[in-house]
Design a protein around this ligand. Structure first.
Ligand SMILES: *Cc1c(COP(=O)(O)O)cnc(C)c1O
Length: 358
């Protein structure tokens, strides 16, 4: 039976990418060696790294004033590397709290400077994106979580401000077009929409860096990695290679703009069914619904059927539809690599279940 991967992360990758990655695990390029056993300084891997850095910027439209890095430590390490590199002890950074990942990012700022939380949707279990708050002009940067993987909310418009936005795009990188001028920095752990776990893409405007007074440890200084073209020490060779394969695939699909159209189509089919079906309801505010993580529950009178529906999904090949602990119900993660076929399969199970139980 065909399996559809709805897991939130690590998550689905295009089949053609998995195939090329497995071939490269046996023999990569003209050396006749596995990509897992070649030097990160070989000309073959240097070409991979160079192309990956350039293509990540090209896909999103970032220009020469930005640098792309493939780092380690996950998106979670960016939570402290950002203030460590950008925020002085007497300065203030503005954050918006839209979920667990925002909250974790906020927690790290106090080690390095002041944090002002401009707005939070915590009081309603993060089911919407706060809007209309004032952004202080003196904030060094404004940190946002572009897509809230756990709660199924997403910014569909970023606030207009002269303060540079620093955005965690871990779960919606390359899923939609962005206005690059708004961003001082974006970052994304690979394992949601780009590749396997083990590398984190950072794209940073160079003038954001090198301005703090503190001593930054060498490995944690973005400028170290910029100076060495993202190969200061051994980079995560395989995750970077697979990320490159995915980025090439995005380009072949027509780029990020084409992905965005497909993602809107896929999400609307699933949300339309959630809104139509008597058994289910969405958990996120409609205007803030995520195109990547679709969160839904069963209506109160059918709540007891949730475990059995989950079992049906698993038995029918729709894997990983279980919702996050604090939200409950279901979460269908429908990243770039999810096909419309997979969406249709899940929708057909929802319809079948409605016929049987409503
Ligand atoms: C998964 C996720 C993270 C954490 O990523 P790690 O690479 O595991 O540290 C951070 N932010 C968002 C939005 C995520 O979805």
């Amino acid at each position: 039976m065909k399996k559809y991967n709805f897991f939130a992360g690590p998550a689905i990758l295009p089949e053609s990418v998995l195939k090329q990655a497995s071939e490269a695990a046996l023999s990569f390029g003209d050396m006749g060696l596995s990509i897992l056993e070649i030097s990160h300084r070989s000309k073959q891997f240097s070409a991979v790294l160079e192309e990956a850095r350039a293509l990540s910027k090209e896909l999103l439209g970032f220009g020469d004033d930005y640098e792309a890095l493939f780092l380690q430590g996950g998106a979670s390490s960016q939570f402290f590397m950002i203030p460590m590199n950008i925020l002085d002890q007497n300065e203030t950074a503005a954050y918006v709290d839209t979920g667990n990942w925002s909250a974790k990012a906020i927690k790290e700022v106090k080690h390095f400077g002041n944090v002002e939380v401009l707005a939070s949707s915590k009081d309603t279990n993060y089911n919407y994106i706060p809007k209309g708050y004032a952004i202080p002009d003196n904030a060094k940067y404004l940190h946002l979580t572009g897509n809230n993987t756990i709660f199924g909310t997403q910014y569909h418009a970023f606030p207009e401000t002269n303060v540079p936005i620093v955005c965690d795009m871990s779960s919606d990188i390359f899923s939609r077009t962005i206005n690059t001028e708004q961003f001082g920095m974006i970052y994304a752990g690979a394992q949601k929409n780009m590749g396997p776990a083990g590398t984190t893409l950072v794209i940073v405007r160079k003038d954001m860096l090198g301005k703090v007074n503190r001593e930054v440890p060498t490995m944690l200084d973005y400028n170290t990695h910029i100076g060495k073209a993202s190969a200061f020490n051994t980079p995560p060779v395989f995750p970077i290679y697979v990320s490159l394969l995915t980025m090439r695939w995005v380009k072949e699909q027509g780029g990020v703009a084409a992905m965005e159209i497909k993602n809107e189509e896929k999400a609307s089919v699933l949300y339309d069914e959630i809104d139509r079906n008597k058994l289910f309801k969405g958990t996120a505010a409609k205007e803030d619904r995520s195109l990547m993580n679709v969160t839904f529950v069963m209506n109160d009178e059918y709540k007891a059927l949730e475990p059995a529906f989950l079992e049906l999904c698993t038995n029918e090949g729709c894997m990983g539809v279980k919702g996050y602990r604090t939200v409950g119900g279901f979460r269908a993660s429908i990243y770039n690599a999810m096909s419309m076929e997979g969406i249709n399969k899940l929708v057909s199970l929802m319809q079948q279940y409605e016929t049987e139980h409503a």
